[in-house]
Design a protein around this ligand. Structure first.
Ligand SMILES: Nc1ncnc2c1ncn2[C@@H]1O[C@H](COP(=O)(O)OP(=O)(O)O)[C@@H](O)[C@H]1O
Ligand SMILES: [Mg+2]
Length: 249
């Protein structure tokens, strides 16, 4: 239902791992949930999952599901889980089968039949191996989703952010926008200069800077369901982003 106001269908990627994708995703999901839009989330493949009891716990998928207030099962929200901290294609070499691209595309197509925002969080960045001969970027492209690129605010972001935008453009994937996440809260020259630099250098809109939210990692691990203080913090942070640009693009 992309194109309908307030029903964006987004593939959330980043300039790498640990760059703020899940926190940004929880913030967007919390903002949509607070507006009663019943967002859906999908983490197609998660590796580095902790073992809890007999099962693998996908912490990103779980955090996104809580923030969205999505009530579907974890199997639906994260169909492929691996324990090894490797790219999904590589973890799968030692842990059963790799993600099935066709199945993931069917899941995304089914989710898009509902007129609600959809947020799909990739693993790592765009060129991470998802399955043999398949990278994350192939999933985003074949699913016809627009990208949001999460990147750290500080030093080292300009090269990675431009490379990511260029990789998307080269495949004809629309980039809805870039979110710079203030991971450290440090007032550095790069943190001050980078937003304007990203605007100048990247052929994609800057949705804004997600402010530093001390302790947010722990809060989303505990669950930021709609109505909680954590959800309010996330939604407030998302309110600083240009959500209108995202929804009307
Ligand atoms: N805006 C922020 N404020 C504070 N901490 C953040 C922020 N964004 C991300 N973090 C922290 O940085 C780390 C990596 O973020 P995460 O969203 O998990 O990255 P990714 O999903 O790209 O791997 C986590 O510990 C997370 O809690
Ligand atoms: Mg993540």
């Amino acid at each position: 239902m992309d194109g309908l106001t307030s029903s964006p269908a987004i593939f959330l990627t980043g300039t790498g791992t640990g760059v703020g994708k899940t926190v940004a995703g929880c913030a967007l999901a919390a903002a949509w949930a607070a507006r009663g839009l019943a967002p859906r989330v999908l983490k197609p493949a998660e590796s580095g999952c902790e073992r809890r009891g007999g099962a693998l716990h996908p912490s990103d998928a779980w955090a996104l599901r809580e923030a969205a207030g999505d009530t579907r099962s974890l199997d639906e929200v994260c169909p492929y889980r691996y324990a090894l901290p490797l790219a999904p294609a590589h973890a799968a070499e030692q842990e059963g089968g790799p993600p099935d691209l066709g199945r993931l595309l069917r899941m995304i197509a089914a989710l898009r039949e509902t007129p609600a925002p959809l947020l799909v969080e990739g693993a790592g960045g765009l060129l991470v191996p998802l399955a043999p001969g398949v990278q994350m970027i192939d999933l985003a492209k074949r699913a016809g989703l627009r990208l949001i690129i999460a990147a750290p605010l500080g030093l080292g972001t300009l090269n990675h952010t431009q490379l990511t935008v260029r990789a998307a453009r080269a495949e004809g994937i629309p980039v809805a926008g870039i979110v710079l996440s203030d991971l450290t809260g440090e007032d550095t020259p790069a943190a001050r200069r980078n937003p304007a630099a990203v605007r100048d250098l990247c052929d994609a809109p800057l949705l804004g800077v997600l402010p530093h939210l001390p302790g947010i990692g722990e809060e989303i691990r505990r669950g930021a369901r709609p109505g909680t203080r954590a959800a309010a913090r996330l939604a407030e942070a998302a309110g600083l982003l240009d959500m209108g640009m995202l929804e009307n693009a």
